[in-house]
Design a protein. Structure first.
Length: 138
């Protein structure tokens, strides 16, 4: 009986140990399922984040292209205005050069008229002197 009692106790211990191991296995299986679910959720988040990043990159690229187009248009506008201003300045310079040339011509003509007037005055004085001399002689 002692052998049977030990055998029964050993069997009970084995059954108890088996029950503990089965409970532990069930706990571990549940934990594995939780971890698998967490892994799938993490993969989905990574995929979602990658998709969002890709969308964000596409949006950023589109925004940068739009800004570049705006800057190019602004640069073209500035260049156009600069060209118009330069043309206007060149026209003004040409007009001022024409005025300067006309002023120089008028100055030369005035100098020529002054010389002619001085020569005419000398002739008048000479003629007056000759007239007085003729009157004195007569």
């Amino acid at each position: 009986e002692a052998g049977e009692g030990e055998s029964a106790r050993a069997a009970e211990e084995l059954e108890s140990k088996c029950s503990e191991l089965e409970a532990e296995r069930d706990t571990l299986a549940a934990r594995v399922e939780e971890l698998e679910a967490a892994r799938r959720e993490a993969e989905a988040r990574v995929q979602s984040a990658a998709s969002a990043a890709s969308d964000g990159e596409a949006e950023a690229t589109a925004a940068l292209k739009q800004r570049l187009a705006e800057l190019e248009a602004a640069a073209a506008d500035v260049e156009s205005r600069h060209a118009k201003e330069l043309k206007a300045q060149q026209s003004e310079i040409g007009r001022l050069e024409e005025l300067a040339n006309a002023a120089n011509k008028a100055q030369r003509e005035a100098a020529s008229l002054i010389e002619a007037a001085a020569a005419s005055d000398q002739h008048m004085q000479a003629a007056e002197g000759a007239r007085k001399q003729l009157e004195e002689e007569a």
